[in-house]
Design a protein around this ligand. Structure first.
Ligand code: NAD
Length: 337
């Protein structure tokens, strides 16, 4: 593909608007050619400052707009499947925000449709794979100098959750990131999930079980424990410590600047994922644009989206029943091997 890549961005809410801003200001080799949102005014407002960008309320119309060669899907999860089929119908490469689909069955249908095309078009937006600290941890684990990985101890904390957040979403909207990160870091599928919860925190919205502890068992015998606490009140923290047979490595402590004064030392805690993972979002988009212009599809695939959805489905069952729940995956199709 030669020239500047024309991108259609579907969904112009928090993430979509952020992706539009990134493509417009920071990513080289791409421009926003069209935006679509059910809220037409929001799409129009966003497109107004972008030369040659058209605004739509309909996904198909956005993908048919002049100059569109690739798609970023940033609408809510339940709308992803339909947008992906529209992209497939036009053989357009897609960067699809997580989740690929809200459930495993939908992700299976997407994989089947992609296999019918005979080539990969989808990259899922599991942006932690592009974060410098996660990449360092992955290299450390891959080097294997300290034996087999035994544990990943993970913490995923948000200041507060959106008003629509439910107890299930702690698993399938938040922990889904740890599910993908664990599969990628360890190079292993998740075999079983157990979910426990301590007393609900005073800051949790009515009816939401927050925090929770999610235990993931991998097929290779590692255990991943995730404290997920989405109304912790004090900051956005994503931490991960890998413990191997003879060593450990830890990321996410956020020691970027330490201040000292008045007899105290300290630093700031990020308040938001758009700050903590700002560089990861930049790198994800830049790498996607470069790969797409070179005719390649890289990064987390529809298989990764499917596996994460299947683990989260098992996680929600485990949450409801209080019982360790095994994860059932179909055989991995050759397109994703
Ligand atoms: P949002 O609610 O802020 O924005 C969604 C937008 O999509 C809204 O403007 C809405 O009007 C529009 N929309 C709804 N249905 C649509 C449809 N069928 N076609 C076109 N537009 C439609 O949501 P958000 O926080 O921006 O989340 C969007 C996606 O990004 C979700 O899949 C979410 O899980 C994901 N997300 C990813 C991360 C990450 O770190 N990777 C963080 C937050 C959200």
């Amino acid at each position: 593909m030669s020239g500047t890549l024309g991108v259609a961005v579907i969904g112009t809410g928090r993430m979509g608007a952020d992706h539009v801003r990134r493509i417009d200001r920071y990513v080289s080799g791409a421009r926003v050619a069209a935006v679509a949102d059910l809220d037409g005014d929001r799409a129009k407002e966003l497109s107004a400052g972008l030369p040659g960008c058209t605004a739509h309320t309909d996904v198909a119309a956005a993908l048919d707009a002049p100059g569109v060669q690739a798609v970023v899907v940033a609408s809510p999860g339940p709308a992803h499947e339909e947008a992906l089929y529209e992209a497939f119908a036009r053989e357009l490469p897609v960067l699809c925000e997580k989740p690929l689909t809200p459930d495993g069955a939908g992700a299976l249908r997407v994989m089947e449709a992609e296999q019918r095309l005979g080539r990969r078009l989808v990259q899922v937006g599991f942006m932690r794979r592009h974060d410098a600290e996660y990449e360092q941890l992955k290299s450390w684990l891959d080097a294997g100098a300290h034996g087999r990985p035994l544990f990943l101890h993970c913490r995923h904390r948000n200041v507060s959750s959106p008003s629509f957040f439910t107890s299930e979403m702690l698993v399938n909207d938040s922990v889904v990131h740890e599910v993908d990160a664990a599969r990628w870091l360890l190079g292993q599928e998740i075999a079983a999930v157990t979910v426990m919860a301590p007393a609900t925190a005073a800051g949790a919205p009515r009816g939401v079980r927050d925090p929770q502890l999610v235990l993931l068992e991998t097929v290779g015998g590692a255990i991943v424990d995730v404290e997920v606490f989405v109304n912790c009140g004090f900051g956005y923290q994503v931490q991960c410590e890998a413990v191997c047979e003879t060593g450990s490595a830890r990321i996410g402590d956020g020691w970027s600047m330490v201040t000292q004064g008045a007899g105290r030392w300290g630093g700031a805690i990020d308040q938001d994922y758009t700050v903590r993972f700002s560089n990861a979002y930049d790198r994800q988009l830049q790498r996607w644009v470069e790969a797409t212009r070179a005719g390649r599809t890289e990064g987390p695939s529809a298989w990764d989206g499917y596996a994460a959805a299947a683990v989260c489905e098992a996680g929600v069952r485990a949450q409801r029943t209080g019982v360790r729940t095994t994860v059932e995956l179909v055989e991995r199709p050759p397109l994703y091997c």
